[in-house]
Design a protein around this ligand. Structure first.
Ligand SMILES: [Zn+2]
Length: 396
């Protein structure tokens, strides 16, 4: 397996065991999820070096990823714009609001970042087939990268996933399994499939160490795009927690390398109909309690039993951030407001971060001089029907 110079191997986040990178998934000792580790002293990366590189893909940060740009399965994901939204800043009563528009990724979502790194790992490990349960975007992204790598992809999506996600898994040549019910049912069907096929390589979030690893690059870009000032707050729509775990690790790494001085406050934004992280924060717990009857229009956020909740809660607490949950009508309204005030297109799940920022402002979480980044995890035209039907409900 070809890896980058500073990549040291894997570490179990549960028991702390050091695990060789040849291990592809969970900790052989305790079954915990694994995290890539690096010898940071061996990484020679400064602001000038980065400034000299084209802003063209997440692989410009390859020193901080396990695999080289040459071996990467990539379609130039990442390098998405950070768009100033002055009207939204006025509305929120803060200095600046910027939307990190990750909907402009190859398959229209942030999951492309982790899918690229994780499919690269699968190819390096000699996999023939990759498989995952997904709320939607992850399935589409993995199908795309598997296709590029010449691997077969098996995606399990709940029937309620968006049409675009399901259609594009097929278009990429993936094996699309639509499972009746909700995400938990898709997970069950995926686990049965995995049991039946010894040669399937799991790309389920946190089964593979590499999806949350790929998610790191979103923060690297934000720091660089803000010319090395750290935003006061980042609102991130949170389902399984891949994104926010990646953000927290990336911020800690940039601080370790001396590229930034502070950490941004990370806010996990959820929908009230499925908010296990926010509820755990409110109750002061270290772990979530599964949501028994999840129900939200935000399909990407309908993850009632997020396996990595401990890490998400740690990320939020370690950065003095928080959690915020808002109702579906407010979330849809926020998507429309962003579309009309800023001209940007968010899927409803992403708009939970905008709606969450509004709610935080109402709770006086901001003083007025903050820079707030809202992450758009998915392109609005994936779910234009849902956004449009909200307008219809208003009689437009
Ligand atoms: Zn372990």
């Amino acid at each position: 397996m070809e890896t980058t110079d500073a990549f040291a191997g894997l570490e179990c986040v549960d028991c702390g065991a050091t695990v060789d990178a040849a291990e592809s998934h969970r900790c052989p000792d305790c079954g915990g999820s694994l995290d890539p580790t690096y010898d940071y002293d061996a990484i020679d990366l400064d602001r000038e070096t980065l400034a000299d590189r084209p802003f063209d893909s997440q692989w410009r940060y390859a020193e901080l990823l396990p695999f080289s740009r040459e071996s990467a399965v990539t379609t130039s994901e990442g390098a998405t714009p950070l768009v100033d939204c002055p009207d939204l800043a006025d509305e929120l009563g803060v200095e600046r609001v910027l939307i990190k528009d990750d909907g402009r990724n190859p398959t229209g979502s942030s999951t492309d970042r982790g899918a690229s790194v994780a499919v690269t790992a699968a190819a390096e490990h000699g996999a023939s087939d990759v498989a995952l349960p997904s709320t939607g975007n992850g399935g589409q992204a993995v199908a795309a990268y598997a296709a590029r790598a010449g691997l077969d992809a098996h995606a399990y999506l709940p029937s309620r996933s968006g049409f675009t996600n399901k259609a594009m898994v097929n278009v990429h040549g993936g094996d699309m399994n639509v499972v009746g019910g909700r995400f938990g049912d898709a997970v069950g069907a995926f686990e049965e499939g995995l049991d039946e096929h010894d040669d399937w390589y799991s790309l389920r979030a946190f089964d593979t160490p590499y999806r949350h690893e790929g998610a790191k690059t979103l923060f690297y870009e934000i720091a660089e795009q803000l010319e090395w000032t750290v935003p006061d707050a980042i609102c991130y729509p949170t389902g399984a927690g891949v994104g926010i775990v990646g953000l927290a690790k990336a911020a800690a790494e940039f601080r370790e390398l001396g590229l930034i001085d502070e950490l941004p406050a990370l806010y996990a934004a959820q929908a009230s109909g499925c908010a296990p992280i926010v509820e755990a924060l409110e109750d002061g717990r270290d772990e979530h309690e599964p949501v028994e009857r999840p129900d939200t229009i935000c399909g990407e956020l309908e993850v009632p039993d997020p396996a990595a909740s401990r890490r998400v809660l740690e990320a939020v607490r370690d950065t003095d951030g928080g959690g915020v949950a808002t109702d579906d009508p407010d979330i849809l309204e926020a998507a429309v407001q962003v579309a009309q005030a800023a001209g940007l297109e968010m899927i409803p799940s992403a708009a939970a971060a905008a709606s969450g920022a509004w709610a935080l402002a109402e709770q006086s979480a901001f003083d007025g001089d903050e820079t707030v980044v809202i992450v758009n995890i998915g392109s609005g035209n994936k779910e234009a029907d849902v956004l449009r039907s909200h307008l219809m409900g208003q009689g437009v």
